[in-house]
Design a protein around this ligand. Structure first.
Ligand SMILES: O=C(O)C(=O)C[C@H](O)[C@H](O)CO
Ligand SMILES: [Mg+2]
Length: 403
């Protein structure tokens, strides 16, 4: 039995902050887990170092399920993003260890490949419609089968998802939260025009997606979904905050545009009603924030009963370790839908060498034993942590709103 001999948290900032858990065993094999919670990184680092790691030493690294239950039930305080991210990091690292000891990539341990690769979507964003479409063309040329479109909205100074960066969007920047402004009416008038022009320019062979980022009320979401129906979106994401799962009944009654929700979910309980009442089409919970591969498989199994497919979150704040875990999960799960892929910077990729690859819009986790990601600790040590907050959002009259 491989015993856990030590575990430690590595915090590094190769372009952006990442928290990584490294678990070592007496068999000389180690595993890595992503523990990054954007804007609240050190809370998870402390949760792991101060409260979880002491309980891991001496345990059988093969007992993934038992350790998961021990950390979840044993904390007494269940769920929540900090707890579930910490548990996820342990879970990923243990799957990594199990794969290395079995000399198999993790997807083989999860049942084997259920498809050739995981379809991913890239991010096309621009300050206006023509720039957004131009960038979408670049994805098409690279063989992507799906692309998310976000464009600057006339009359609004900043818009969620739009940045100067060509291929990724990095919202966690400020040493204090930056303030942005929001106008529902300007946004609602504009989005159908974006997709109208996009379909004209890009045709119908590419899947188009859009993220509302929690900014509408249910009835506004129903209206937007209806207005976008002619453009046949792959999905419309996070139309309204999802604490109230029943609110999606109202949206569902008004539109056939497919709905995706769940990047901020951290357990099956956040999605239970949405899935069981078939109020959504894609569940976006991901490995790092939703309790690891072990818990996400449970979410996917429930979703499969109701024809809800997976569409895991994959922005740059999810480290390459999480990206690899998501791909092993996605390759093996029966109801895979799509995976978000906002590529990392070169600095990030250098700190986290990885086996996953992209080919013609499909990603594969690679066949290295375990997750197939490593960390260059010498390089990681050169990048010091710097506090970085996500923005906050206000309505034009100053009212605090959802970002
Ligand atoms: O990628 C997405 O769909 C997002 O909404 C990105 C989030 O804003 C980001 O990951 C927050 O940390
Ligand atoms: Mg999103």
């Amino acid at each position: 039995m491989p015993r856990i001999t030590s575990a430690r948290v590595i915090v590094t900032r190769p372009g952006r902050n990442f928290v990584t858990l490294k678990i070592e065993t007496d068999e000389g094999v180690y595993g890595l887990g992503d523990a990054t919670l954007n804007g609240r990184e050190l809370a998870v680092a402390s949760y792991l170092t101060d409260h979880v790691i002491p309980c891991l030493i001496g345990r059988d690294a093969h007992s993934i399920e038992d350790i998961w239950q021990y950390l979840y039930k044993g904390a007494y305080w269940r769920r929540g993003p900090v707890t579930m991210t910490a548990i996820a990091a342990v879970d990923m690292a243990l799957w990594d260890i199990k794969g290395k000891l079995a000399n198999m990539p993790v997807y083989q341990l999860l049942g084997g490949a259920a498809r050739e690769g995981c379809m991913v979507y890239g991010h096309a964003n621009g300050s206006d419609i023509s720039e957004t479409i131009e960038r979408a063309h670049e994805y098409l040329e690279q063989g992507y089968k799906a692309v998310r479109l976000q464009s600057g909205v006339p009359g609004m100074e900043t818009t969620y998802g739009v940045s100067g960066e060509r291929f990724y969007y990095e919202p966690a920047k400020g040493s204090l939260p930056e303030e942005s402004q929001w106008s529902t009416s300007k946004y609602m008038r504009f989005v159908p025009e974006l997709f109208d022009k996009a379909r004209d320019a890009l045709g119908w062979d590419i899947h188009l997606l859009h993220d509302v980022h929690h900014r509408l009320t249910p009835i506004e979401a129903g209206r937007l979904g209806k207005d976008l129906e002619p453009y046949r979106l792959f999905w419309l994401e996070d139309t309204t905050p999802a604490e109230n799962q029943a609110a999606f009944r109202l949206i569902r009654q008004h539109t056939t545009t497919p709905l995706a929700v769940g990047e901020i979910f951290n357990s099956i309980w956040d999605a239970k009603q949405l899935i069981e009442e078939q109020l959504i089409d894609y569940i976006r919970a991901t490995v790092v924030h939703a309790g690891g591969i072990t818990h996400l498989r449970r979410v996917a199994a429930l979703a499969d009963l109701y024809q809800v497919r997976t569409g895991c979150h994959g922005a740059t704040d999810l480290s390459p370790v999480c990206m690899a875990a998501a791909l092993h999960f996605g390759l093996s799960v029966p109801n895979f839908g799509i995976q978000e892929y906002m590529r990392h910077s070169e600095e990030t990729d250098a700190v986290f060498p990885h086996a996953y690859s992209l080919n013609q819009g499909l990603m594969h986790p690679g066949d290295k034993p375990g997750l197939g990601v490593d960390i260059d600790e010498v390089l990681a040590a050169k990048y010091e942590y710097k506090r970085a907050y996500l923005p906050v959002n206000r309505l034009e009259d100053g009212t605090m709103f959802n970002w």
